[in-house]
Design a protein around this ligand. Structure first.
Ligand SMILES: NC(=O)c1ccc[n+]([C@@H]2O[C@H](COP(=O)([O-])OP(=O)(O)OC[C@H]3O[C@@H](n4cnc5c(N)ncnc54)[C@H](OP(=O)(O)O)[C@@H]3O)[C@@H](O)[C@H]2O)c1
Length: 369
């Protein structure tokens, strides 16, 4: 018997701009699957429970001629992001029905795993060495912590955003008590964890976001100075509350320029992402005018990718973070959108300045078990 298998398909490259639901990313109900009979070929069949709309999905939709750190998304395939799935059937040793797994997975309800992401297996001979092989990330079994955390927490502080914040902060920041850090996009999934890690280490935290509701959220997370960059100029805040010892960049562009201007000598700039550039063409990128100060102030500018630092830092993350969360020393909030059909709009919202005003990591609830 065939069961409907809804999905969200990457239909058309957006060029510049935010992907338009129904045009570039489309919810479809036309596929079906035989849940009892579909061949597993040594793999396993999963049902998707939750999915995570993420900025890197837009980066993968870029035009084919634009290089970046990740492989391209493939037209006609479902979108791919981090997700939580439950195993229905398995032919793979060590994976059993009822197991919950977290990792990169396609935006469809039922999937025979391992899914060949984007059908574009990474070929190191052809791709430049900065290409990040999305295909290589496998689903990992989520240890059930006896109901200690809701599953959605694996999308925020206990999942990829938490790991990213931990890797960048512990691996690049050299943070010392009493120093001052500025976190842009401080209400984002990554930024909200950085704020808390910095406070736990005794830093003064300045944080910005594009909505007043998020300013309240950042204050609740412990930020000493929280502001809405749409209504308060960044330079004014940094002039008053700087200089900075550390800048955590989630956005790129003119925010980096402001951070360079108000950095102390020997400050560290940790380049985690540049979301203001994901939906624009190369010619529209903001030209930073004060790069000379990098030399004059001997600033250290360091980009990082969590998967590169994870082999060294993930064991500490998985040992320390669940304890801190269980003790309430690090908190998280998720903003749940119900239904895969609402996935395209949730994805687009991530890419808007001040988007997702409810604050908290956006999560799409596809199904409950
Ligand atoms: N280096 C790594 O390994 C790694 C891993 C994961 C994520 N990242 C990066 O970390 C950053 C945060 O990711 P996330 O998953 O935490 O994000 P998220 O929770 O999805 O939040 C995204 C937020 O970015 C802000 N934003 C969107 N468009 C913007 C624009 N044009 N200009 C300025 N801000 C804009 C919006 O908040 P406000 O405008 O209200 O601030 C939006 O809510 C992104 O740059 C992402 O690419 C890096």
């Amino acid at each position: 018997m065939h069961t409907e298998n809804p999905r969200v398909v990457f239909k058309e490259r957006p060029g510049t701009g935010i992907p338009v639901p129904g045009e570039h990313v489309v919810f479809e109900r036309s596929h079906s699957i035989d849940l009892d009979g579909v061949p597993l070929n040594g793999g396993f069949l999963t049902k998707t429970l939750m999915l995570s709309p993420e900025p890197f999905m837009r980066e993968r939709m870029r035009d084919l001629c634009i290089p970046s750190y990740s492989t391209h998304a493939v037209l006609g395939d479902p979108l791919v992001s981090f997700g939580l799935v439950v195993v229905l059937r398995s032919e793979k040793e060590g994976i059993n029905p009822g197991d919950h797994l977290y990792g990169l997975t396609p935006w469809e309800v039922y999937t025979v795993q391992p899914y060949i992401h984007g059908r574009s297996k990474y070929d190191p001979a052809e791709a430049p060495d900065y290409t990040y092989d999305v295909d290589a990330l496998e689903l990992q079994i989520v240890p059930d912590p006896k109901g200690a955390f809701p599953w959605s927490r694996y999308f925020s502080v206990l999942g990829a955003p938490g790991l990213t914040a931990f890797c960048g902060f512990e691996g690049c920041a050299d943070a010392k008590a009493g120093e001052t850090i500025y976190v842009s996009s401080g209400a984002s999934a990554v930024g909200s964890v950085v704020i808390q890690l910095a406070k736990a280490k005794g830093l003064k935290v300045i944080a910005s976001a594009g909505a007043d509701s998020k300013v309240e959220y950042m204050r609740a997370l412990g930020a000493d100075v929280a502001f809405n960059y749409k209504t308060t100029p960044i330079v004014e805040v940094l002039r008053e509350h700087g200089p900075l010892d550390i800048y955590w960049d989630n956005v790129g562009g003119k925010t980096v320029e402001a951070a360079i201007e108000y950095s102390r000598v020997h400050a560290r700039l940790i380049m985690c992402g540049c979301i203001s550039e994901y939906a624009i063409g190369p010619e529209e990128r903001y030209g930073i005018k004060n790069t000379g100060l990098i030399f004059k102030k001997r600033l250290r500018v360091e980009g990082f990718l969590a998967p590169e630092l994870a082999p060294r830092l993930a064991p500490r993350f998985y040992a320390e973070m669940p304890v801190l969360v269980a003790e309430g020393k690090i908190t998280a909030k998720e903003h749940i959108t119900e239904g895969l059909e609402n996935g395209p709009a949730a994805m687009a919202a991530v890419l808007k300045e001040g988007g997702n005003e409810a604050a908290g990591k956006p999560v799409i609830l596809v199904a409950t078990e």
